[in-house]
Write a new protein. Structure first.
Length: 445
């Protein structure tokens, strides 16, 4: 927990550039026009001092913490920040009780919880009564989906605002403001071209903190003559030769990207599928996780339309086990490409789902006597196995024996399509149905 005056200048000279040039007013804040533009909801709530408790949800470096501090200053609130690591339940309640007492004297308290998704249930619950009573205004910041990471009771009492990654134009504005700010590079005159600023903004990938950190490194490593520093494109390229990827193997982005991979393959968009595969691998995803998902896809989305899809994906999984990363990336690329271009059928998946629904709805239907096993005399005396017909003894390898529970007679699950190799199964199933139509069941069956 930290209580302090806002924008404390102490140690500012040794602080990172992002801290030194942090805006203190809404006019200086860049981006999030959908929330803070003229007439937009959040700007009006701040201006009218009618701010509810909020959850800021967005990727890193989009201004969640900065915006919370600006709100606290503009609404003349006492500003308190909490850390999931150092804030115990006892400490939280003590500070909250003080905030409740201060409210009686007309003092507002704004509590900011960065990375609120890291707080456990008990820590989150400790804030709940004070939010309910209006003793505090809570602002939580998270990069994770609040639906999964924040207690339902607390989430229902907060308004979720989605902060978007910053556009390249907004990032250029952030960078230019840092260069113009007297606290940015005191005692230095920085020279760089507009194209260089553009490169930094594009490299930052929507993250203002990354943009400012890159600018600071570029200036520190620039060509210096006295108090003049020149940042060249050649020098900058040494810092930005690789884009940083936002990918959390356990968070929402993980599920977003694997979903993108699945849906690209399902849509037969091979180029998009390869791109999303590379995104996952470059983000550090376990190749065996991807391979397992491809095995599932082979049966769920390709099925019998291409009977090589399943063995090929199993082979890709084995290749990942044998050689690992980075060599197995090409094996996964082969499997993804094959699945994307293969004919598609979800007939197996639909058959499975329909049969599951009947099992759930109808419970344990008895096995028909004629197809029960009869290893003992008692079972034979009870009729187990009576009228069983051995299909291999017939010319057509088919019989008129009933194998479905009577309650489900006539039910069909598998409806093959005419895609790829599954068309052969469609024709085979039609032939079986014609045979049964020509050979009606005997009375005993």
């Amino acid at each position: 927990m930290r209580q302090e005056s806002l924008f404390n200048p102490e140690h500012a000279a040794s602080s990172p550039l992002a801290y030194r040039v942090r805006p203190t007013t809404l006019d200086g804040f860049k981006g999030q026009e959908h929330l803070l533009g003229p007439g937009k909801m959040l700007r009006q709530l701040i201006a009218e001092d009618q701010l509810p408790s909020l959850i800021f949800w967005g990727p890193p470096g989009v201004g969640k913490t900065t915006l919370a501090e600006i709100i606290a200053q503009q609404t003349k609130s006492h500003f308190i920040t909490f850390s999931a690591v150092t804030s115990g339940i006892k400490e939280i309640r003590k500070i909250m009780d003080e905030a409740e007492a201060n409210r009686d004297f007309g003092e507002k308290t704004l509590v900011f919880i960065d990375e609120i998704h890291r707080f456990n249930k008990a820590q989150q619950d400790a804030f709940l009564p004070y939010v309910e009573r209006g003793s505090i205004t809570l602002i939580g910041a998270t990069t994770e989906n609040p639906s999964f990471e924040i207690n339902a009771a607390l989430l229902s009492r907060c308004k979720v605002l989605v902060l978007k990654e910053l556009s390249t134009a907004a990032l250029k504005g952030v960078l230019q403001a840092a260069l113009d700010n007297p606290n940015g590079f005191p005692d230095l005159t920085v020279h760089l071209q507009a194209d260089t600023l553009q490169l930094i903004a594009e490299f930052a990938n929507g993250d203002a903190r990354m943009a400012l950190n890159t600018l600071e490194m570029a200036v520190l490593n620039g060509e210096r003559e006295g108090h003049d520093v020149t940042v060249t494109e050649a020098g900058l390229y040494q810092l930005i030769n690789t884009k940083s990827l936002r990918y959390d193997k356990n968070g929402e982005e993980h599920y977003n990207v694997i979903s993108a991979l699945h849906k690209s393959m399902r849509n037969s968009d091979v180029d998009a599928a390869i791109y999303w595969l590379m995104r996952m691998l470059k983000g550090g995803e376990d190749p065996l996780y991807i391979a397992r998902r491809l095995i599932r896809f082979a049966s769920e989305d390709v099925g019998l339309a291409d009977r090589q899809a399943l063995p090929l994906t199993v082979a890709a999984f084995q290749a990942c086990q044998l050689i690992g990363m980075p060599e197995c990336d090409v094996n996964l690329t082969e499997a993804v490409t094959y699945l994307a271009l293969a004919p598609k059928s979800n007939a197996l998946y639909m058959a499975k789902a329909a049969a599951q629904a009947d099992v759930k709805a109808k419970g344990n239907l008895p096995v028909p006597l004629q197809i029960r096993n009869a290893p003992t005399k008692l079972m034979k005396d009870l009729g187990y196995g009576d009228h069983y017909q051995y299909a291999h003894d017939t010319d057509d390898k088919l019989t008129d024996m009933t194998t479905m529970p009577p309650e489900l007679q006539g039910q069909t699950y598998y409806h093959p399509t005419d895609q790829g190799q599954e068309k052969a199964w469609q024709q085979r199933l039609a032939a079986i149905k014609r045979w049964h139509a020509e050979h009606p069941k005997t009375e005993d069956n």
